[in-house]
Design a protein around this ligand. Structure first.
Ligand SMILES: *[C@@H]1O[C@H](CO)[C@@H](O)[C@H](O)[C@H]1NC(C)=O
Ligand SMILES: *[C@@H]1O[C@H](CO)[C@@H](O)[C@H](O)[C@H]1NC(C)=O
Ligand SMILES: *[C@@H]1O[C@H](CO)[C@@H](O)[C@H](O)[C@H]1NC(C)=O
Length: 206
């Protein structure tokens, strides 16, 4: 009897873990979701033109990400997809970060990028990508992109399996959220002065 109960408990735990691992945006039971204040839907609702002209004019001066999540493009809500355009001036980086709600499929459309991801055993998988290459960052894992070229810009488009993949920046989440200096000094096995230097470097420019 006791064994049966234990088996059942373990089985339920396994089912719960598997369903957490499979978690993605919730399925909707209608074709699409329309905002409550909508006065009627036509082709315009399924169109997002907010990125028109994104490649015209001057390249951005620093790394720039332009997102089309359900916040910018309401028709994506319930569809489990979104997109981002990543623009890397020469020598710029998208610092280590993770997306809690989706894998990322990155496609290099111009230039070259060094990319890397870190798995849950802290193993680094890195690669140098050329124009036309794709790379997948598994859901929730910390990753980065870097344009090592000091002369040429690089551009990538990333697709996500969530209407709002979310982003957790490693430097910002650790050093700009008010965690006590002495706690961080202990965690990073360093001194408070070093932590304060790191915090100062990441503080928003006035
Ligand atoms: C509905 O509400 C959203 C968010 O408040 C707003 O951006 C949008 O323009 C509204 N649409 C209509 C048709 O009123
Ligand atoms: C589509 O709907 C929008 C807002 O509901 C409206 O402004 C627009 O004129 C419509 N377009 C067509 C082609 O009917
Ligand atoms: C991966 O990273 C190592 C260490 O920085 C570097 O030496 C190597 O060139 C990188 N590999 C690729 C394919 O970019």
């Amino acid at each position: 009897m006791a064994l049966k109960f234990l088996e059942l408990t373990l089985f339920s735990l396994l089912v719960a873990l598997v369903s957490i691992a499979n978690a993605s945006d919730p399925d909707i039971v209608i074709d699409f979701l329309v905002p409550a204040n909508s006065t009627g839907v036509n082709g315009t609702f399924f169109t997002y033109s907010g990125m028109r002209g994104i490649f015209d004019g001057e390249d951005p001066a620093t790394f720039k990400v332009t997102k089309a999540t359900f916040l910018e493009f309401p028709a994506l809500l319930g569809q489990s997809v979104s997109l981002a355009v990543l623009q890397f001036p020469a020598g710029s980086t998208n610092p280590p970060h993770s997306h809690p709600r989706s894998a990322e499929l990155l496609f290099v459309i111009d230039g070259s990028l060094e990319v890397g991801l870190i798995d849950t055993t802290n193993k680094l998988y890195n690669q140098t990508l050329q124009e036309g290459d794709m790379f997948v960052f598994p859901k929730g894992l910390v990753h980065y992109q870097y344009n090592a070229n000091t002369q040429e810009a690089a551009t990538a488009v990333s697709a996500f399996g969530s209407a709002n993949a979310g982003a957790v920046s490693v430097p910002a989440s650790v050093f700009t959220t008010g965690i006590d200096d002495s706690i961080l000094a202990k965690a990073f096995k360093t001194d408070v002065t070093t932590i304060q230097k790191l915090k100062a470097g990441l503080a928003p420019k006035a």
